[in-house]
Design a protein around this ligand. Structure first.
Ligand code: RB5
Length: 141
């Protein structure tokens, strides 16, 4: 699986942590930035990650900002992107099983690193359940 990751300055440190973690799981990571703690604008990075998922260059995306809210608002403006802002593993799992979320958003100033990696592991390992949930997704388009 190939995962695009992006963050603003509020999520930069988590993005680095998540990138290392994904590599440790044997996954391929494409990092669109940002690359420092300098202040940047989250929509620029949400756009880049979503484009890679829309183009099938990457299977899924992970976006981190301070709260995760800006990233989720930005990502969900893109066609065929289903972005889920998660603060714990249960909603991360449900976002995959029921919503087939293809982008995960996290708040680098909201949760701790262990919770973040628990969410990421759950989210990358959980498959979409299909069935009635696909019918509901079809109504989103
Ligand atoms: C940046 O200060 C902050 O506003 C951003 O990371 C994010 O939390 C926005 O939703």
């Amino acid at each position: 699986m190939k995962i695009a990751v992006g963050s603003d300055h509020g999520g930069f440190e988590f993005k680095q942590l998540i990138t290392d973690f994904l590599h440790g799981l044997g996954l391929t990571v494409e990092d669109v930035g940002c690359y420092s703690l300098d202040s940047v604008d989250y929509p620029d990075f949400a756009d880049q990650v979503c484009l890679k998922v829309q183009n099938n260059e990457c299977d899924r995306g992970i976006l981190v900002c301070g709260t995760g809210i800006g990233m989720s608002i930005s990502a969900n403006r893109h066609r065929d992107i289903r972005a889920a802002l998660c603060h714990e593993a249960f909603t991360a799992r449900m976002s995959r099983e029921h919503n087939n979320a293809n982008v995960l958003c996290l708040g680098g100033r909201v949760i701790g690193p262990e919770i973040a990696l628990d969410i990421v592991r759950t989210w990358v390992e959980t498959e979409f359940a299909g069935g009635r949930h696909q019918r509901r997704l079809d109504k989103l388009s």
